[in-house]
Each structure stands twice: as structure tokens, then as C-alpha cells.
Design a protein around this ligand. Structure first.
Ligand code: ZN
Length: 142
């Protein structure tokens, strides 16, 4: 048996969903108090986490999805996103903003899903490409 068995994606999904509520406490949402935590699960079965980081110069703030994608790239290895999990401190169902949809599109695989997390559990599941149809992406520059 291999020592490097990757857990099934659904197990990773559950683990990532359960990790997000605690991560919300690390969010830097000084101005809006709208805390967000995200997990990006790559196609090699690794989870990468991020939180929103606001800034006194408001447009300089970053979304949780953006910081999670940065963590994936920084980790090396796969750059293909299988799932993005998102939780908000308000416990609202949150979908990625327009800018993050474009950021996710850069790395999303064909079956990429967006999962909303409430109370550490996945509550909604949305096919990513339905959120950004006919998008501009890397293939347009090939
Ligand atoms: Zn965003």
C-alpha cells in the first residue's frame, strides 16, 4: 500500500467545511465586520485556506477566495481547483463576488463547484461554470 493515499474528495470537503468557522475569527474585517473564510480544494486533494483582509484604503482589501488561491499557488503542486468552500460570519449563504469568479476561473477545472458553508456544514452546492458563463480566460490568450 502507498503511504501517500489521498483522502476522497468528500472527506476533504467535510474537513474543510468544519475548519471554516474557526478561521472566521482570523478574518481582518475591521471596517465591514463581514468576516469570510474560504477553502480551495485542488485536484490533488489538498485544501488551501484564506480569509478576507480589509484595508483602510478599501479597494486594497482582499477576499477570502483570493487569499486561498494565493495559498494554493504558494504551496506549489496542482493549480487546478476542484472545489471552493465559502463561509461568512453572518452565516449567510455567500457566493463569490464578480472579481473572485474571474480569479477562480483562471484555475477551475471543468467540474469545479462552489460550496456554501453554514455552521461547519455544506448547505448549498453550485456548479462554478454556471456562475461565469462565456468567460474570458487563459484559453483566450493561447
Ligand atoms: Zn471576492
Amino acid at each position: 500500500m502507498s503511504a501517500n493515499v489521498t483522502p476522497p474528495l468528500d472527506t476533504l470537503e467535510q474537513d474543510a467545511a468544519r475548519a471554516l468557522p474557526a478561521l472566521l475569527e482570523r478574518s481582518y474585517a475591521r471596517y465591514s465586520n463581514f468576516t469570510v473564510a474560504a477553502a480551495v480544494i485542488d485536484d490533488e486533494g489538498r485544501a488551501h485556506y484564506g480569509v478576507n483582509v480589509e484595508n483602510a484604503a478599501y479597494p486594497s482589501g482582499t477576499c477570502a477566495e483570493q487569499t486561498a488561491i494565493g495559498a494554493m499557488i504558494t504551496a506549489g503542486g496542482s493549480r487546478r481547483i476542484a472545489k471552493v468552500l465559502i463561509a461568512a460570519g453572518s452565516d449567510a449563504v455567500v457566493q463569490p463576488c464578480g472579481a473572485c469568479r474571474q480569479r477562480i476561473a483562471e484555475f477551475a477545472d471543468e467540474a469545479c463547484e462552489i460550496l456554501s458553508v453554514q455552521g461547519g456544514e455544506v448547505t448549498t452546492r453550485t456548479p462554478f461554470w454556471g456562475l461565469l458563463p462565456q468567460s474570458f480566460g487563459p484559453r483566450d490568450l493561447d
